[in-house]
Design a binder for this molecule. Structure first.
Ligand code: GDP
Ligand code: IMO
Ligand code: MG
Length: 419
């Protein structure tokens, strides 16, 4: 069977920490989409590690980690990550596997990402500029190069052909970037990648299933950044939702069991795009400061706001979420009151649905206010220990979403979780 852990908001919900926490109960941890735009933070031996492409099960000995075909892989970033996990005594040659169908991010994809963003001016997406959009465009446009192509003698020729296509696009953008340094790093990283375990991912994972092994699929980004269901065009370029697990790993839908959604106790977003419950006041500033809400990949300050149940309910619906893990509850410990958005007012009408185009139909959030718990919860372990005001807050969320909250994460540490 396959269980899934994915983000229900705009990313950075704390997926990495939660996957690391659950990994002990699984045999294989597999990433199914996204690429080096992701930044998943874990603490190992009390040291912070940020993973971008390597699954968050890598620090568990004897667990298999798979980068699935749905990922777009940047070899340069991967080599850097391999070195960072090696510093903890992990040997990626032993427990990291990469599907040969995984598409590669080339240096020119990164240049194209920059060119595309620059051409958009004020309408820019706020991309991480890791080349994600252009790499997925080459996948669906049937031009891309895949990890398996690295093993072919003609790889360099194929690379040069694609690079020439990209150069024409860059010329159209009238964009210049000296990529010679990136290219040097790319070819060095590609040599290292060839030495890793490149496998036929779909047979690999289905063989594990046939052996009765337990698989945990790890999402990147969040449901509101999904290319179909997110706040388009301010989204990423992959299927971040549970449906993406099937296409991103080669797993049949009936294999999927639990869909564990991760949501912060409030909301954040990094980059541009609609964010109905965003706070532009000192409470927003306070949450950013207390929650240390700065991007794990780009260091950009994250926009902060209240919990948005309209968006969260939508995310539960499209994913089929069976349980929720609420993270960063401890960040709200000192607040005297909290708000939760339970409906939107769109053009004078109240709705509980996410509108088609939130920029044109700007929703005004309608809030319900709750008392804060004003208690330090960061050392708690059991759900029956949590303060009454927190119980009331979570009780409201559960009754609205009709999905149980099984775990509350109360700190960044590996074992800081209330169950
Ligand atoms: P991801 O992209 O979903 O894996 O999340 P990020 O790693 O980008 O951002 C989550 C941040 O919150 C990281 O710095 C984590 O160490 C931290 N974090 C995760 N869970 C908790 C929690 O329950 N409480 C606190 N205080 N920090 C947390
Ligand atoms: P994790 O896995 C938060 C955002 C970017 C931008 C938009 C498109 O750590 O949750 P892209 O680089 O994909 O072209 O950017 O998506 N974004 C993320 N925001 N967490 C992430 O990943 C993100 N990955 C991309 O900020 O708004
Ligand atoms: Mg992140």
């Amino acid at each position: 069977m396959v269980d899934v852990i994915l983000g229900l908001q705009w990313g950075d919900e704390g997926k990495g920490k939660i996957v690391d926490f659950f990994a002990k109960d699984y045999d294989v941890i597999a990433r199914f989409q996204g690429g080096s735009n992701a930044g998943h933070t874990l603490y190992v031996d009390n040291k912070k590690v940020v993973l971008h492409q390597i699954p968050s099960g890598i620090f568990h000995e004897h667990k298999t980690n798979l980068i699935g075909n749905g990922v777009v892989l940047d070899p340069v970033s991967l080599l850097r990550e391999c070195k960072s996990v090696e510093a903890f005594g992990v040997d990626p040659k032993k427990n990291l596997f990469i599907s040969h169908r995984t598409h590669l991010i080339l240096p020119t994809h990164r240049a194209l990402d920059k060119a595309s963003e620059a051409s958009k001016g004020l309408d820019k997406i706020g991309s991480t500029l890791k080349g994600i959009g252009p790499a997925y465009m080459d996948k669906t446009g049937r031009n891309g190069l895949r990890v398996g192509d690295l093993l072919d003698k003609s790889f360099t020729t194929q690379y040069i052909k694609l690079r020439m296509k990209h150069q024409r696009l860059l010329d159209n953008f009238n964009f210049q970037e000296d990529i010679s340094q990136w290219e040097e790093e790319f070819f060095e990283a590609v040599d290292a990648l060839r030495e890793l375990n490149i496998v036929n991912g779909e047979y690999f994972i289905n063989q594990k299933l046939a052996e009765g092994k337990k698989i945990l699929a790890e999402g990147a980004q969040g449901s509101m950044l999904d290319v179909d269901f997110g706040t388009f065009p301010f989204v990423t370029s992959s299927s971040t939702i549970s449906a993406g697990v099937c296409t991103g790993l080669g797993i049949a839908p009936q294999r999927i069991r639990e869909i564990i959604g991760v949501s912060k106790a409030y909301c954040t977003r990094v980059g541009s795009g609609p964010f109905p419950t965003e706070l532009h006041d000192e409470t927003g500033e306070l949450i950013r400061k207390l929650g240390n809400e700065f991007g794990a990949t780009t260091g950009r300050p994250r926009r902060c706001g209240w919990m948005d149940l309209v968006a969260l309910n939508f995310a539960c619906m499209i994913n089929g979420v069976t349980q929720i893990v609420m993270t960063k509850a401890d960040i709200l410990d000192g607040l005297s009151s909290l708000k939760v958005c339970h409906a939107y007012n769109v053009n004078g009408a109240e709705t509980k649905e996410v509108p088609f185009q939130m920029n044109r139909n700007k929703p005004e959030p309608l809030y319900r206010e709750f008392d804060g718990w004003r208690t330090d919860t960061s050392a708690m372990k059991k759900l029956d220990e949590i303060p009454e005001a927190m119980k009331a807050y979570i009780g409201f969320l559960e009754s609205y979403l009709k999905v149980p909250f099984r775990y509350i994460s109360n700190g960044p540490g590996r074992d800081q979780i209330i169950s």
